[in-house]
Ligand binder design. Sequence first.
Ligand code: SAH
Ligand code: SF4
Length: 385
Amino acid sequence: MNEEILKTGAPKVNLLGLTQEEMIEFFAGLGEKPFRASQVMKWIHLGAVDNFQDMTNLSKALRAKLESTAEIYIPEVVYKKFSKDGTRKWVLKLDHSNSVEAVFIPSDGRGTLCVSSQVGCALDCSFCSTGKQGFQRNLSAAEIIAQVWVANQSFGPRDNRGDRPVTNIVMMGMGEPLLNFDNVIRAMHLMKDDLGYGVSKRRLTLSTSGVVPAMDQMGEEIDVSLAVSLHAPNDELRDQLVPINKKYPLKELLAACTRYLNRYDSNRRRVTMEYVMIDGINDAPEHAKQLAKLLRNVPSKINLIPFNPFPGSDYRRSPTERVEWFQNFLLKQGYTTTVRSTRGDDIDAACGQLVGKVQDRTRRNSRWREKLIDISSGDGADGSA
Ligand code: SAH
Ligand code: SF4
């Protein structure tokens, strides 16, 4: 039995996560022409339609055929919050025990959606609340796309040329996207596709903690922007903060970044190096100096992320002056360096802090919903311009 059948309880194909190629194949299986795939994809992804009866340019017979063989399954939205500043969040219930969150953040004429790839994460970075939950499971391509669908749908249906509210997507929510490789790459193809969400390669960013072999494979399969969770300028410190560094140390990681850039038009591309700033751990002037030296030969822009505290963590956020010092030093060294902004209490956290399993906790603690607003998710708006 395939994953979709298990999830929906019906032997139907969930069309939500199919790439254009797969959709054409599906319609060929029904004896239908390829243009049917385009029609249905437009309904689903542009029109935000989730039932076949609303697809008015399909014959009644075809709609009936689709009803019996396929479905458009969107997980239930168990929580949503639209803030006054334009930020929107959704918690999607994936199955009886697992939920994920997606966050939309508008800024400067763009709308960035932060998307999750796994429930929990196996990599256990010391400063990340997702890592502290352990790994629960991978998301299917449909579950990844569902987050984009739900965000898109909240803005109402769009026509073919209508403005798309989601202009940027960052794979910076829960999970390590390169450890759910196939589903993430398929979903990202759909995010790029004009019949899907039409997000350009520069505005579509995958963030990885540095799964080196998968970075090379990603280079072979898709051209999107790359962000790397660097967080430390030397192996000794990075081993502590990002344990996968023990397997793929900095030298190998940076070589993989260079290979990724060289595969495409490296003149115009840089890797975004994410650097969480933790008080007294990685924020000394010496660290800034090491960082500037380390990245000298890798076209990079640096994104400093003030650490977002969460219950159970002993780390503290670096003071603002230290973050500013770090930024100014790196700017003087010639690096484009931004500081990820925090915008109001309710979104004052990074996507890496997304919390799953909301269902269980809601039952145990009626205040959990309030809590979720305080500690969850954040600003991935810097992914790429
Ligand atoms: N697993 C991937 C993508 C998800 S994490 C990765 O690690 O790159 C998205 C970003 O949020 C990463 O840069 C991550 O290091 C950062 N992050 C995680 N926990 C954080 C915290 N408590 N405060 C600030 N940034 C955090
Ligand atoms: Fe996983 Fe990324 Fe969190 Fe590390 S920072 S535990 S890789 S989600």
